[in-house]
Every structure is written in structure tokens, then in C-alpha cells.
Design a protein around this ligand. Structure first.
Ligand SMILES: [Fe+2]
Length: 191
């Protein structure tokens, strides 16, 4: 019975929170710390766009590391909810750009860079893993806010660290293996 009451209270809290966020996006002017989803990347070139996504993903990694380092005492609930809300859409948006725009372009350079096919296969698999993992992280952060001291801090910390360390390695691989091809083809990239 108590659990049901807590569950209803939590659901009501998130309903109010998400209603507020939707209204905020609809009616309030954009601020400097607006979410990535409201940034217009249509005018950016391919290299600039992927660098932008890398930068935003690394900021998310830093935010997740700060949350993990603050557990179990220093928990900024607003920050946890912000990251929980933004994580999945940002990851999805970055992956969509890479797989729908960047990878097909890089594939056209396979003759000159024969390893690119294997690299992209690895990256696609990691994208799939990260998207599933991001859903769990997002739910874990909401649980943290909703349950407070009842949360399993050790498990959450382990999950957060596994995620942001893996994501940083993924980005480092892309910088090392994909960016040189874009740099090489600079001037030939169709914006
Ligand atoms: Fe990627």
C-alpha cells in the first residue's frame, strides 16, 4: 500500500516535471544552456557537426562523472533530472547523424581507407549498446531522485562509470579513425 502511494507520488512528480519542460520549450525564449535538441545543426558542415556532437556527448560524460563522484551524499536532483531527460535524445540524435550522413560519406572513401568498413561496423554496434545503456542510465537517475537514500548507490555508480568511460573511448576512437578521413577530404565534403 505504501509502495503504491510512493509510486503514485513519483509518477505525479514526473508528470508535473515533464509538463513544465514541454511548456518551457514551447513558450520560453532559448537560453545559452538550452538542450542540444534545440540547436540547429543544419547550417553546419559534416566535420563541424560531428565535432559538435562529440563536444555535447563529452559534456554529458562530465555531468555523469560529477553525479557519480557526488554519490551518495552530494546529489543535485535538478542536474540528475536534466541529464536523465537529455541523455537518450542527444545520444539518438548524434547516432542518427553519424549513421545516416557521416558513415555513408566515409564509405565512399573505402578505396583509400580500407579499414573504414570494419571501423564503422564496430561503431554501429557500440551505438546500439550505448542507446540501450542510456535508457537504463536515464531510468537509474530518475530512480535516484525519486528514492533518495533507498537507492542502490553502488550499482548506480558502477553503471554511470561504465557508461561514460565507454562513451569517451568511443568518441576517442572516432576522433582517431574518422576525423583524419574528413580532414583528408576537406574541400570535397558536400555540406
Ligand atoms: Fe559514434
Amino acid at each position: 500500500m505504501i509502495w503504491i502511494k510512493e509510486s503514485r507520488k513519483r509518477n505525479a512528480y514526473f508528470a508535473v516535471y515533464y509538463f513544465w519542460k514541454i511548456m518551457e520549450r514551447q513558450f520560453m525564449p532559448l537560453s545559452n544552456n538550452r538542450p542540444l535538441l534545440q540547436m540547429d545543426t543544419r547550417q553546419m558542415g559534416t566535420r563541424e557537426t560531428i565535432s559538435h556532437y562529440h563536444s555535447e556527448l563529452l559534456k554529458l560524460c562530465d555531468a555523469l562523472e560529477n553525479i557519480a563522484n557526488g554519490l551518495p551524499v552530494l546529489v543535485d536532483t535538478q542536474e540528475c533530472l536534466r541529464v536523465a531527460q537529455d541523455l537518450v535524445p542527444i545520444i539518438h540524435e548524434a547516432h542518427s547523424f553519424e549513421e545516416e550522413t557521416l558513415f555513408p560519406y566515409l564509405q565512399s572513401w573505402q578505396d583509400k581507407f580500407p579499414d573504414i568498413t570494419n571501423s564503422m561496423e564496430r561503431l554501429r554496434f557500440e551505438h546500439w549498446e550505448d542507446e540501450a545503456y542510456a535508457e537504463e542510465i536515464s531510468e537509474g537517475l530518475k530512480e535516484l531522485v525519486a528514492r533518495g537514500l533507498d537507492c542502490n548507490f553502488e550499482a548506480l555508480s558502477y553503471m554511470l562509470r561504465g557508461f561514460f568511460e565507454g562513451l569517451r573511448r568511443h568518441i576517442a576512437f572516432e576522433v582517431e579513425h574518422l576525423m583524419p578521413i574528413l580532414n583528408h577530404s576537406e574541400g570535397q565534403v558536400v555540406h
